[in-house]
Each structure stands twice: as structure tokens, then as C-alpha cells.
Design a protein around this ligand. Structure first.
Ligand SMILES: [Zn+2]
Length: 234
């Protein structure tokens, strides 16, 4: 059978995109490193990153300094998104204050035309309401996604994107939910876990019964749709 030389190799080297991680990786994959606004150093990062005020940190940091830092960094091309930021009903932080902080970051994202990477715990309906109110046409990506089937369907109607990590992939009872996420709205991530991005892709491949090269090609295309071509090291 005729095979173009190098064809297999090119696909084998395809980048596995990691949408959200807290660790710099040695593998050279394309990844968005999460930086907390209060941890920003005066040196401007030269890697791909996102920066946001996490709802867990409200009350422990100077809010205005955080917003100022996010706004300043958002002017940089390699800051790909505002986040992680969002809403969380499992913590004691005042919910109205969480919403206020999140809205400030939605405004910064809109002003700089950046997508949002969102932390969302038991607040899916609040999130859909806020997206509608903000009239933001920019991509909103829920990271560490673990919603149920109905939530997935509603979020999909509201044009959300989904980034999935090991919590959902390693829970067999949630595999049907994973399969219900439209593949053109899907990303994969390692978050703050030790599992490698290679392992995450391999788990996703098994659940979706899809070839790994095909899956990485689709996710690279989703990444290009949201962030443009320039950042892909393929
Ligand atoms: Zn995270």
C-alpha cells in the first residue's frame, strides 16, 4: 500500500492541547498556564497563560490590585484568557461579592476581547443568566466541567465551551455526559492534578471510541477557532 513518507510521523507529533493547567509542563505541549492575579510577578510572562481572581481567594487579597493586574496583563497577546474566575456555592465567600468580582472580570474580558476560563460549582444557572445579561459574544469556557446531562444540554444552547479533566473522565457513571458534549465545543485539561495530558487524551479517546490523532486534530481546531492560529506550536 502506498504511504506518503513522514505522514504517520507528522500526526504522531501532533500537539496535545492542555486548556488549563497549574503546572509548567516539560512535554512542550501547547498549554494555558493558570496564574492567580495576586501571584503575578512584575516580569511579564513569555508563555501562554490566563490570569484571574479565583472566587476562593476573595477576602484574602486586595481586589482592586488584582483587577488592575488582570487588566494590565490582558493587553498582552500571550495572555489568552481571563480566568480562572467564576462562582462557587460550596465556599463561604459571600455570593453577592463573588458575583461582583466575576462581573468586573467579565468587563475586563470584554474590553480586551478575551475569552473567559470559568470555575463553576453549583452555579450553572447563575452563569447562564450572567452570560445572557452581559451580551458577551466571546467564548466562555467552563473548566473542570462535571455537570449533569440536562446542564450540558442547557449550557450548549447558551454557547458555552467545556474543558474536561480527570474528575469526569475517571468516573464511569459520567461517561455518557462526556459523550453528550458536542466535540466542537470540547477541550481537555490537567488542571492542578498530577495526571499527564497524554493520559487525559488517552482516557477521552477510549470513552469516545475515536482515534487519538483525530481527537487531537479536532481539539486543535477548536483551539484555533477561539484563540487563533498564532499560538499553536504544531
Ligand atoms: Zn484550576
Amino acid at each position: 500500500m502506498f504511504r506518503r513518507p513522514g505522514y504517520g510521523q507528522a500526526y504522531k507529533n501532533m500537539q496535545l492541547i492542555n486548556l488549563h493547567t497549574h503546572q509548567t509542563s516539560a512535554s512542550g505541549s501547547t498549554q494555558i498556564l493558570n496564574v492567580f492575579a495576586q501571584d503575578l510577578s512584575p516580569d511579564e510572562p513569555d508563555f501562554l497563560f490566563s490570569v484571574g481572581l479565583h472566587p476562593w481567594h476573595i477576602g484574602k487579597v486586595n481586589l482592586e490590585e488584582c483587577f488592575e493586574a488582570i487588566d494590565r496583563l490582558a493587553a498582552q497577546k500571550n495572555m489568552l484568557a481571563v480566568g480562572e474566575c467564576g462562582l462557587d456555592r460550596s465556599v463561604l465567600v459571600d455570593f453577592a461579592l463573588q458575583e461582583w468580582c466575576f462581573k468586573r472580570q467579565i468587563l475586563i474580558a470584554n474590553n480586551h476581547r478575551k475569552p473567559l476560563i470559568i470555575h463553576c460549582v453549583r452555579t450553572y444557572s447563575d452563569l447562564m443568566k450572567l452570560k445572557k445579561e452581559s451580551k458577551s459574544g466571546l467564548p466562555w469556557i467552563i473548566h473542570g466541567y462535571q455537570g449533569n446531562w440536562e446542564t450540558t444540554s442547557s449550557l450548549n444552547k447558551h454557547d458555552f465551551y467545556f474543558s474536561v479533566g480527570e474528575q469526569l473522565l475517571k468516573d464511569e457513571s459520567k461517561h455518557d455526559i462526556f459523550r453528550s458534549i458536542p466535540i466542537e465545543r470540547l477541550f481537555l485539561e490537567t488542571d492542578d492534578r498530577k495526571t499527564s495530558i497524554d493520559e487525559i487524551y488517552s482516557l477521552a479517546t477510549q470513552i469516545l471510541k475515536i482515534d487519538e490523532n483525530e481527537l487531537s486534530r479536532i481539539i486543535a481546531s477548536n483551539f484555533k477557532t477561539i484563540f487563533g492560529e498564532d499560538h499553536l506550536q504544531v
